[in-house]
Design a protein around this ligand. Structure first.
Ligand code: GLN
Length: 504
């Protein structure tokens, strides 16, 4: 298993600092300074500009902060925080006081955050340095980073391919060693899918583990801030700094799992770990053969390492109608419709605040109040965002509410129950992070439904509110692109999952 993971690690460009502990030992030994670390990343950003991962770089500010930290460290090494030397990128939908944030949308053109997200504040309090703002799909809506007012992000291994989305810039920022780790957001896979496409690690924590205060809302009951990094240890460290209750977000309980505070591997003897998978996923026609090969190989390696990897049915019970409908894939047939009904409904409500009056862009053509609303929203939102607002408004309208929105809520509850039932018996569920590797530009851009279907494996965790992590599993046998595997765990078992994958 270790050899396999080691091989997978070479999928991304070898970073100068493979982990936070690498950076910190270099700092402690005096072989580098915080300024030199920031300079390294700034020069990597310059070298990779054409990939369009960053929409703004905070070079001077990052260097100033590094100088202050170096001075503080020289004076008293004990005075620096746990994230001394951690240089991070920030997705353009997370607020940082005094910095522009736009959700990659024209509607927020020139908008400056009045406050910092709780997650950002907690990272800053431990002396993290933010180096820049990363590109993404507009309001987190998309799976390819093609839907951004700043233009697409290019995949570093093949610039003709997408990096995934919506946190495409975040993934490429880590992939190309322009920062140690990246903050992204995950409503339906936006951290895990781009991490998988780019050959790095990405965690969507349990819903509520990290406060959403200061994260620009898309689907509030789905959204979570997540971390993209080179290894699970750094993800754990950042998670522990950001997590916890917050007066500004009543859904943030942050309650950690029983195994808390570990940022290194905890040994999970293989005989004590039970892993489930859904055979209909592995056998599905929609799964690209190359992804299937890597997934099967990964499962074989786990079995060879002594883990029990068993097929389970994903349905709502043996006698339910659901099992007799659809394509025989049980509840999986319903995850995409349920996700898109519910997230568009929430988005239509969340995005009502962008009216051309309170934030960002206002159309210059407007001659009266009504035109100000109409034209600002028409010109400010992208086609995809408008499609979702329309769909969400439709499913919430009085004539259709029961048929769509309520139904989708019922499906969501059923999915959560079924997953929780599986976690009664199994520690983790394993599946590919996405049905394909990173696709070529334009492949899905004219077909929103095909794009939506590519989220099939990731949206599950957001529907159920459970933690899920993508990690590199190998490379596609034909095109050499990274293939990611995804692990899901019971609610609040983020730490158990992280320590398990760290030990693989
Ligand atoms: N691709 C999914 C969507 O477009 C997920 C996006 C996300 O997680 N923000 O909704």
């Amino acid at each position: 298993m270790t050899a396999f993971c080691r091989q997978a690690k070479y999928l991304c460009l070898m970073p100068k600092y493979a982990s936070l502990s690498d950076v910190q030992s270099a700092l402690r030994s005096g072989s580098t300074t915080c300024r030199a670390v920031v300079e390294h990343y700034l020069s990597r950003i310059e070298h990779t500009r054409r990939l369009n991962a960053y929409v703004e770089i905070w070079a001077e500010e990052a260097l100033d902060k590094a100088d202050q930290l170096d001075a503080r460290y020289r004076e008293n090494p004990g005075s620096v925080g746990a994230l001394f030397g951690a240089v991070l990128s920030l997705k353009d939908n997370i607020c940082y006081a005094g910095h522009v944030v736009t959700a990659a949308s024209k509607i927020l053109e020139g908008f400056t955050s009045l406050y910092s997200a709780t997650a950002v504040e907690r990272l800053l309090a431990e002396d993290a340095i933010f180096i820049g703002r990363t590109n993404c799909d507009q309001f987190g809506m998309g799976s390819s980073n093609e839907n951004s007012v700043y233009g697409p992000v290019l995949h570093a291994l093949d610039p003709e391919r997408v990096p995934g989305g919506s946190s495409g810039g975040a993934a490429v920022s880590v992939q190309t060693d322009t920062c140690l780790a990246a903050l992204g957001s995950d409503t339906g896979g936006s951290v895990r899918q781009p991490a998988a496409f780019c050959g790095i690690w990405g965690l969507k924590p349990t819903y509520g583990r990290i406060s959403r205060h200061g994260l620009i809302a898309y689907g509030s009951s789905f959204d979570q801030i997540g971390v993209l990094a080179h290894n699970p240890q750094d993800i754990t460290t950042l998670l522990h700094v950001m997590q916890g209750p917050d007066d500004f977000d009543s859904t943030a309980d942050g309650a950690p799992s029983p195994i808390r505070g570990t940022s290194s591997a905890v040994s999970h003897p293989p005989s004590a770990v039970k892993i489930a998978y859904f055979p209909e996923v592995i056998d599905s026609e929609g799964l690209e053969p190359g992804v299937r090969v890597v997934t099967r190989h990964f499962m074989d390696q786990l079995r060879a390492g002594g883990y029990s990897v068993e097929p389970v049915a994903f349905n709502s019970g043996p006698s339910s109608d659901e099992n007799r409908q659809g394509t025989g894939a049980g509840l999986l047939d319903y995850v995409i419709p349920a996700y898109y009904v519910l997230t568009t409904a929430e988005a239509s409500s969340n995005l009502a605040r962008y009216d051309g009056i309170r934030y960002g862009y206002r159309s210059a053509k407007a001659r009266n109040l009504e035109e100000a609303y109409l034209l600002s929203r028409t010109e400010g939102f992208s086609e995809e965002v408008k499609r979702r607002i329309l769909l969400g408004t439709f499913v919430l309208s009085s004539g259709y509410y029961d048929a769509y929105y309520n139904k989708a809520q019922q499906v969501r509850a059923m999915i959560r129950q079924s997953l929780l039932a599986i976690f009664q018996e199994y520690d983790f569920i394993l599946m590919p992070a996405a049905p394909t590797v990173a696709w070529r530009f334009g492949e899905h851009s004219d077909d929103p439904v095909a794009m939506y279907l590519s989220d099939i494996y990731t949206v599950l965790a957001n529907l159920a509110g459970i933690p899920a992590l993508a990690m590199p599993a190998g490379i596609h046998p034909e095109n050499g692109m990274p293939v990611g595997i995804q692990w899901m765990a019971a609610p609040r078992e983020d730490d158990k999952l992280l320590s398990f994958v760290a030990g693989l």
